[in-house]
Design a protein around this ligand. Structure first.
Ligand code: B12
Ligand code: SF4
Length: 374
């Protein structure tokens, strides 16, 4: 086990112990109160109205609960928020492969973190039977980063992610909502972690905004999610807009660019989490393997328990077509042509076949025009 330095802003010992015993390196307590005024709700609705959520309809459906914990647990008074570090160094990637975002190299964090939060919740329920509890990780309407900032475990950087003094932004969040009135940890604790120097991004730094190849970070703290490579490769199930395909570069699933360039991420620590260290998808995937997957059964067998399951086999094939073109994978031309002309057997669904055929044809045409330029 690689040693991990945890960071808990001042919280009651008996609670800190529960989270620490589960190997959670960040934990704080936020008051379950919506932000004062309607500014945050209004801001979020404007974001939705501008269509920045793309096809993530759940963000619209759940808008009412974004800053309102009581919508998830009536009588909610406090939120215990935890962070789990997933950082690992990226090894050299072989040719003919595409990149996977770090959070998805090993076991799905929803399972790893969710299981631990559930165990903590059970203990709390035993100890405090008169109180209500609910746990979530990611799959919640709640603005997790906002409440985590209120709990003092970090601050929202210009790339919109929560940055902690202990792990940079390389951690995932989960929480337990409770009707208990707990003493809350102060947001100023986050600044304390940075030695009171960097409780915010360095003044003139725009590295994350500059590096984003699709222009998703259109201003500091502002994201057009529908342009983010993470959205395009994971959340979006339809056709990838042609004008964004080149910007996807070699990313097959997710994107880490705006975290990799962040100077505050020098504070990273390699995770000690065995669930994350075991390579399910791993740091890269072979394009030939993905383009040859003919059944959902094969896909499930290969990726069960991995976050990659969320994109699905067809989504990953679509992404592989784009990455094949972006990485100049000429050796894949025969397979791409089969997918483009409809002779490959991999799906009986006409909509899926049409989408893959279009992406494969685009990849063939990009690779061929590259050949004719040389
Ligand atoms: C939808 C979603 C996405 C979308 C949108 C991303 C985003 N930045 O919001 C997509 C698919 C693109 C995405 C990508 C990723 N995600 Co995501 N995602 C979510 C999810 C489910 C909801 C977030 C949401 O509602 N976004 C919509 C925006 C508009 O809402 P908002 O943050 O409240 O936005 C307001 C604030 O930013 C506010 N604001 C805040 N501070 C400031 C300051 C100023 C000055 C201003 C002007 C505004 C401002 O203005 C906005 C408008 O109201 C959360 C989990 C959750 N339930 O919270 C995970 C979550 C944010 N994702 C996470 C991760 C790990 C990622 C990726 C790193 C995965 C990857 N490697 O591919 C990338 C990172 C890309 C990026 N730069 O954000 C983690 C982040 C952990 C962390 N340390 O911050 C979360 C918390 C999941 C989890 N449980 O761990 N994700
Ligand atoms: S994750 Fe990649 S595509 Fe998304 S905002 Fe960051 S740099 Fe841009």
């Amino acid at each position: 086990m690689i040693s991990q330095q945890p960071y808990f802003p001042p919280v009651p010992d008996h609670l800190a112990e529960l989270f620490h015993a589960e190997g959670l390196g960040l934990m704080g307590i936020a008051p379950a109160v919506p932000p004062a005024g309607s500014e945050h709700d209004d801001d979020y609705r404007t974001w939705l109205e501008r269509g920045f959520h793309g096809s993530m309809a759940y963000l619209q459906r759940h808008a009412h609960g974004k800053y309102h914990p009581e919508a998830m647990l009536p009588g909610c008074r406090s939120i215990l928020i935890a962070g789990l570090n997933y950082y690992q160094h990226a090894p050299e990637r072989p040719a003919g492969a595409g990149r996977i975002a770090r959070y998805a190299w090993g076991r799905d964090y929803h399972k790893t973190l969710g299981k631990r939060l559930l165990r903590i919740r059970r203990r709390l329920e035993e100890r405090f039977p008169d109180h209500g509890f609910r746990n979530f990780t990611d799959a919640t309407p709640l603005a997790e980063r906002y409440f985590a900032e209120q709990a003092g475990i970090g601050f929202q950087g210009r790339n919109t992610l929560l940055i902690s003094g202990q792990y940079g932004s390389w951690f995932v969040l989960g929480e337990i909502l409770t009707t208990m009135e707990l003493s809350v940890s102060s947001p100023s604790a986050a600044a304390g972690q940075f030695g009171n120097r960097h409780g915010a991004c360095p003044r003139s730094c725009t590295k994350c905004i500059d590096v984003c190849p699709t222009g998703a970070l259109y201003a500091p703290h502002r994201i057009d999610a529908s342009r983010c490579i993470s959205y395009l490769t994971i959340e979006h199930s339809g056709s990838i807009p042609v004008e964004l395909r080149r910007g996807m570069r070699d990313w097959l699933f997710g994107c880490d660019l705006c975290q990799e360039v962040c100077p505050l991420n020098v504070r990273r620590q390699v995770t000690g989490e065995s669930d994350f260290l075991q390579a399910r998808a791993g740091d890269h995937l072979d394009l030939t393997e993905l383009l040859a997957m003919e059944s959902d059964k094969d896909f499930l067998q290969r990726f069960a328990g991995s976050p990659v399951m969320r994109a699905g086999r067809i989504g990953m094939m679509r992404n592989a077509c784009v990455v094949a073109a972006n990485t100049g994978a000429h050796e894949l031309l025969p397979r791409l042509r089969q997918l483009a002309d409809g002779t490959a057997r991999y799906s009986a669904d006409p909509a899926e076949r049409a989408m893959i055929a279009e992406h494969a044809a685009w990849a063939v045409s990009e690779l061929m025009s590259e050949t004719s330029r040389h």
